[in-house]
Ligand binder design. Structure first.
Ligand code: NOJ
Length: 756
């Protein structure tokens, strides 16, 4: 056995310095030679991805995992971590299975590993691509130190329905921003060489269109035109693949009536043939066997359908393991389809360097050296601060003074269990810094903090039960609601200013966490009302994982800081922002509606034939609600104040191969220095198909000292002006365009130009 590994090691090191082409030829030879030795059962075994627990997100749990590894019936494991556990499982594979093929080890490393960062929706509000890439780099370094080599991230599903709990896991509603973030994350996880011991396979998910689940209900149907797919929903997956994503996870939903997991158009024609993807595909958790419920046939039929569609690995369903051989005998799948899928699994292992050293990611010295370092925590603090969005700041209540007293109120003000957010499977909630601790650390010496819980996250025991599935998140206090509020009001009345930390329990967002009512739960709104009634200035700090409906009571607060589930350093970051050590700079990546009835609501919608006219009954509108969101995409205030000048163009027109420069001057006429994200949107006025009213095409982040101005220029060229047709090909149509530049999608100044 040892000789076998040594031979592999020698072989792998010889090719390390070879060119990419040589490397791919060497990989082919290696994998082909190995496959010659494999039986059909062993090949099918490589397609089986199981979890021995730790990441159960469905009704089925994998069984007899050790025994299956021994007989070569497992290609990879997910949901376990730590050098000991990984070493033990790997040993079974490389010492006890006939061909000693190593396993790959996956995990949902979604927003940081043990150093938890804000939920992805929060991170996306930073619009800070280098930091986002670095967040993935840190996550990969920590996760690989714990034995992992494959993360099921990034989740790049465009989402426009905040009822869907999984909006927390993605980058919001915009195609351009989502694509940029998708690429940045892939680069962060994978680095430049997957064979290094601190890089891991990224897995772009959920391919495809999962974010468009009808009614925002998880796992629900999707039905969408090809035009919308190619223009709005597919580009982020493509961007991740172009950035080199090594694997792709299929989604649960239908696409053109066929589940993504069995959809050959999606997994082969589009992904492999049109986009040139060469990596590994994996199903989502039991999405192979779930095709039975979709009405696609029995387990044998759906497994064959999936393999034929282009699926390589079956997560947990074991449909491949238990039926493909039979299907082969009956001529329902071909040997070459099985070989193809097996080859891709082995190639992924090869790229990771696992044939060179199956224990490459198992190093007992690494966890204490690489995980939860002071530098990583410092980074988490910075990222959390940059992800927060200041939604309201009447009369400049914020930043707070470092004197007097603060009433710190709310179920999330001193709560460790929620701030890591959903999909923080590897994080330890007890290590997270609460707002109470954060304020104490920053200003505790000069201010008095008066704390009261004030309310439960929810008073509804049924809802609490549902969100407490992974541990206590929404604890119902033995005191009744009135007592809690009374105590909070007394606390508020005796303090100078109220900081109310309210929001959702972490598991009110994420998988299987859709809500129809996306307000702050009623128990907390009642508390907020009572706090406002004291007449004290109220700062509302929100912890949540989706856009909330913040009309009504929340608007009575003088200031609103959207802090999301901000991760392990959340409390420090919030304190930094409250006291002005940092200036808020986040911008919403998803529209905040005024009411649930407006959903889906997003900025880059089409015009109708009857645009909204308040006085005209027969125009597009509601009888009982405005069309406008409460807070638009791209919105976010600062303690600074930015004033935009007019947009000037270098020329009134450009040719199809030309460029035009759009310039604005942004002046910080506020009392603080700050950072602004200057956003450039385009509108194509006339086209062969209707085009959206606005589309984000570029943005630039910049610091502007108080009292100073900065001139910002964007170079516009055909890549900003073209769009995809229903086949996914890029089309450029001459005609009239408008460019808009501003600090959000609503308040942007425009100029006209012509593409000749
Ligand atoms: C189901 C989720 O949909 C997916 O995002 C996740 O990666 C897998 N479970 C594995 O945990």
């Amino acid at each position: 056995m040892k000789r076998y590994i040594l031979l592999l090691a020698a072989f792998a090191s010889i090719i390390m310095f070879a060119s990419a082409q040589d490397r791919s030829a060497a990989m082919n030879t290696y994998v082909s030679n190995l496959m010659k030795k494999m039986t059909v059962d062993e090949k099918i075994g490589q397609l089986n991805l199981v979890t021995p627990g730790g990441a159960v997100t469905g009704a089925v749990v994998s069984k007899d995992v050790d025994e299956k590894i021994r007989r070569g019936a497992v290609g990879g494991l997910f949901g376990i971590s730590g050098p000991d556990k990984i070493r033990r499982a790997q040993q079974i594979a490389v010492e006890n299975s006939r061909l000693h093929i190593p396993l790959i080890f996956g995990m949902d490393v979604i927003h940081g590993y043990k150093t938890g960062f804000p939920v992805p929706l929060g991170i996306s509000a930073s619009w800070d691509l280098p930091m986002i890439e670095q967040s993935a780099r840190i996550a990969a370094t920590e996760a690989t130190a714990d034995g992992l080599c494959w993360t099921f991230s990034p989740m790049v599903d465009i989402a426009r329905d905040p009822r869907w709990g999984r909006v927390a896991e993605g980058s919001g509603e915009d195609t351009y921003l989502g694509s940029k973030i998708a690429a940045a994350m892939v680069k962060g996880y994978q680095g430049t060489d997957l064979a290094r011991d601190n890089t891991m396979l990224a897995c772009v998910k959920h391919f495809a269109l999962y974010g468009a689940s009808e009614g925002g209900r998880d796992y629900n149907t999707v039905d969408m035109s090809r035009l919308r797919m190619f223009q709005e929903y597919l580009p982020p997956y493509k961007a991740a693949i172009d950035a080199g994503a090594a694997s792709v996870m299929s989604s649960f939903n239908l696409i053109d009536g066929v589940p993504a997991t069995g959809n050959r158009w999606l997994l082969t024609d589009l992904l492999r043939k049109q986009w040139g993807f060469k990596g590994l595909t994996v199903s989502d958790y039991t999405s192979v066997s779930e095709m039975i419920n979709h009405g696609m046939g029995d387990l044998q039929a759906v497994s064959a359908l999936s393999l034929h569609a282009g699926m390589d690995m079956d997560m947990v369903a074991e449909g491949f393991l238990n039926t493909l051989k039979k299907s082969l005998t009956e001529g329902k799948v071909t040997q070459s389809e099985i070989d193809q899928a097996c080859r891709r699994v082995l190639e992924a292992k090869y790229k990771l360097g696992l044939f060179d050293d199956p224990y490459r990611y198992v190093n007992d010295a690494r966890p204490s050296k690489d995980i939860l370092t002071a530098a990583n925590r410092q980074f988490a603090r910075e990222l959390a601060a940059r992800s927060a969005v200041l939604l309201k700041n009447d009369n400049n209540i914020l930043p707070l003074k470092r004197s007097g007293s603060i009433a710190l109120i709310g179920p999330l003000a001193n709560d460790h269990s929620n701030q890591l957010g959903t999909w923080a499977v590897s994080g330890d909630p007890s290590l997270s810094v609460t707002v109470m601790q954060g304020i104490q650390d920053l200003a505790g010496a000069s201010i008095k903090i008066n704390y009261a819980k004030g309310a439960n996250i929810t008073d509804d025991p049924e809802l609490a039960k549902r969100v407490n599935v992974f541990g206590m998140r929404a604890e119902i206090d033995p005191r009744n609601a009135d007592e809690l509020i009374k105590e909070a009001v007394t606390t508020a009345s005796g303090s100078d200013v109220v900081v109310a930390v309210l929001g959702e329990a972490s598991e009110m967002t994420g998988e299987a966490a859709s809500r129809t009512d996306i307000r702050i739960p009623g128990s907390q709104l009642k508390l907020l009302d009572a706090l406002v009634a004291t007449g004290k200035p109220v700062v509302l700090v929100l912890m949540n994982g989706r856009p909330l409906v913040l009309t009504g009571e929340p608007q009575k607060a003088g200031a609103i800081l959207e802090a999301w589930f901000g991760g392990i350093e959340s409390g420090h970051a919030i304190a930094d922002l409250l006291f002005g050590d940092r200036n808020p700079s986040g911008k919403l990546s998803m529209t905040f509606p005024r009411s649930v009835g407006q959903i889906p609501i997003y900025y880059n919608h089409m015009n109708t034939g009857r645009p909204m006219q308040p006085e005209n009954k027969f125009s597009t509108k509601y009888l009982d609600e405005s069309n406008e969101p409460l807070y638009p995409f791209g919105y976010g205030l600062s303690y600074a104040h930015f004033n935009y000048g007019p947009v000037s163009l270098s020329s009134p027109s450009l040719n199809t191969n030309g460029i035009i420069t759009a310039t604005v001057t942004v002046t910080n006429d506020g009392a603080y220095s700050g950072e602004e994200t200057v956003q450039m949107y385009i509108r194509d006025m006339v086209g062969s198909v209707s085009r959206p009213l606005l589309e984000l095409k570029q943005f630039k982040k910049m610091s502007i000292p108080k009292g100073e101005s900065k001139t910002v220029s964007f170079t516009i060229s055909k890549s900003d002006l073209s769009f995809a047709n229903a086949e996914g090909r890029s089309v450029l149509e001459p005609g009239d365009f408008k460019v808009f530049i501003g600090g959000n999608s609503r308040d942007a100044k425009g100029a006209d130009f012509i593409l000749k």
